[in-house]
Design a protein around this ligand. Structure first.
Ligand code: FAD
Length: 448
């Protein structure tokens, strides 16, 4: 059957055999006797082939959605790997009598990702500079291997397999259940501030200053702006607010895009107008402070269900890199210049600085520096040429690309960016495979 990742289109769709186990024991058995190569599938919120296994088997973890234990005193949560972060927010992350709450220590830009997927891509959020990656808060997990064994992993038990599985792209086995440490916060409401900036260097000053006092930071960049305005945008920062409880967002999106239009509705003149208008939304005061729920700050895109369909049947590509601090300003400037020159703007251009808290994972993506995320409707060769140009700038800067967002990086780029690859390889499960792993040569010969 056909399985699609979030980017859609032919580049993010695969024919697979799918197993949807109803229990962790059935999942263990399914993983041990797939009859083909095998890979876990979380909730398909990766953009490309990292969650697909063309011609092989996918163990679809969406039914592994039970909570096992939650200790209100310590904030330790044990759940099955298919539990979504949205379920944890809805059931557990609520203000108590003190106004405070247990909250997700780290969350990506959508809450519709599974715990297993968050571990396997070692996801990051807007608080990377304070809390590092999701994997730093994973206390332990049970991992099924294709020989039928279940291995308990933690920083002290099977520690090497623990480090390989965090950020291990699903290639070390199937996470059945995990224990994560939630974070105690003063309140679930957020104090948030948006600040307009006119040039790229202002972004770096704002980030350096805000990282001291704000938990969450990220900026939207107008990637069609050129010349003196190159890199202009809106810097957003937020922190939890004591005593101001905020209910969890609804599990269903408010609006849903019901069908995929025949052509992409994203791009062209509409995008240019959107970017110019959006940048001016703060024109009078240049900054705006609010107190409210966390949904608009963390998950603005989740309010529109199936927004990826707007890119039409060809789908879209996401690009995300990280480049080291010393060369970040220059490299990001070159990338924004390349995007502006190509005329293929991105609506969702997000720029953030990562801090230097190390990830536990051997292959984790985040490292200290600046990270830029962009998306482009698939226009064929011209889009691939732009992605290749952005990849070249990243590699020249000593940076790397994020597998969770990728569909095009070369084997050389992956090998050069991920120094831990040799240490990772012995932990790969002999039956595991993904489109991504084959393409970049983690297993078998690299695709040409
Ligand atoms: C709108 C949007 C915003 C996003 N923002 C961010 C962001 O801010 N930061 C960020 O880091 N990412 C971000 N992402 C990417 C997303 O967080 C990751 O791709 C995440 O891993 C997806 O989780 P999933 O459950 O959908 O897993 P899938 O995409 O289905 O799978 C991801 C990987 O996890 C593996 N996997 C899944 N379940 C298991 C399991 N039980 N055992 C072992 N391996 C498993 C798969 O094999 C695959 O390699 C965003 C994605 C979207 C769509």
């Amino acid at each position: 059957m056909s399985y699609a990742a979030w980017g859609g289109g032919a580049h993010a769709t695969a024919e697979v055999r799918a197993i949807r186990p109803a229990s962790v024991d059935a999942a263990r058995r399914g993983y041990a006797s797939p009859g083909t190569s095998v890979l876990a599938f979380g909730n398909g919120r990766s953009y490309g082939d990292v969650c697909l296994n063309p011609g092989g088997t996918l163990i679809d973890c969406r039914s592994l959605d039970r909570f096992v234990d939650f200790d209100r005193t310590t904030g330790r949560l044990t759940c099955e790997a298919g539990v979504l972060l949205a379920d944890i927010l809805a059931s557990i992350c609520r203000s108590d009598d003190t106004g405070g709450a247990w909250f997700l220590p780290v969350t990506p830009g959508t809450r519709f990702v599974s715990v297993g997927g968050a571990i396997a891509n070692d996801v990051h959020g807007k608080n990377h500079h304070r809390f590092g990656t999701f994997g730093r808060h994973v206390l332990s997990f049970d991992l099924a291997r294709s020989n039928g064994e279940v291995v308990s992993c933690s920083p002290t038990e099977n520690a090497a397999l623990y480090r390989a599985t965090i950020g291990g792209l699903g290639l070390t086995g199937l996470v059945l259940r995990a224990t994560i440490q939630l974070r105690r916060v003063e309140g679930t409401a957020l104090e948030a501030e948006d600040v307009r900036f006119d040039r790229l260097d202002e972004f770096f000053s704002l980030a350096a200053e805000a990282d001291q006092a704000w938990d969450y930071t990220a900026a939207w960049v107008d990637c069609l702006a050129t010349g003196r305005s190159l890199g202009r945008g809106i810097f957003s920062r937020a922190r939890h607010r004591a005593g101001a409880g905020s209910p969890p967002p609804p599990l269903q999106p408010r609006i849903t895009i019901p069908v995929r239009p025949p052509v992409s509705l994203v791009g062209g003149l509409g995008l240019r107008a959107f970017n110019a208008l959006y940048w001016r939304k703060l024109s009078l005061r240049r900054s705006e402070r609010t107190v409210g729920g966390y949904e608009p700050v963390f998950f603005p895109l989740d309010a529109i269900g199936g927004w990826n369909r707007l890119y039409g049947p060809r789908g879209f590509f996401q690009f995300q890199c990280v480049v080291p601090p010393a060369v970040a300003a220059e490299a990001i400037k070159d990338m924004l210049g390349a995007v502006a020159a190509s005329g293929q703007g991105s609506m969702l251009a997000v720029l953030k600085t990562f801090g230097d808290l190390p990830s536990p994972g051997i292959l984790s993506f985040p490292m200290a520096g600046a990270t830029l995320a962009l998306d482009f409707p698939d226009r064929g060769d011209s889009t691939r040429a732009l992605l290749a140009r952005l990849e070249t700038i990243t590699v020249a800067a000593g940076g790397r690309l994020y597998p969770a967002k990728d569909c095009v990086m070369t084997a050389n780029t992956f090998r050069d960016g991920y120094a831990g690859l040799a240490a990772f390889k012995p932990h790969i499960d002999p039956a595991a495979a993904s489109g991504f792993a084959r393409r970049v040569g983690i297993i078998g010969p690299a695709a040409s």
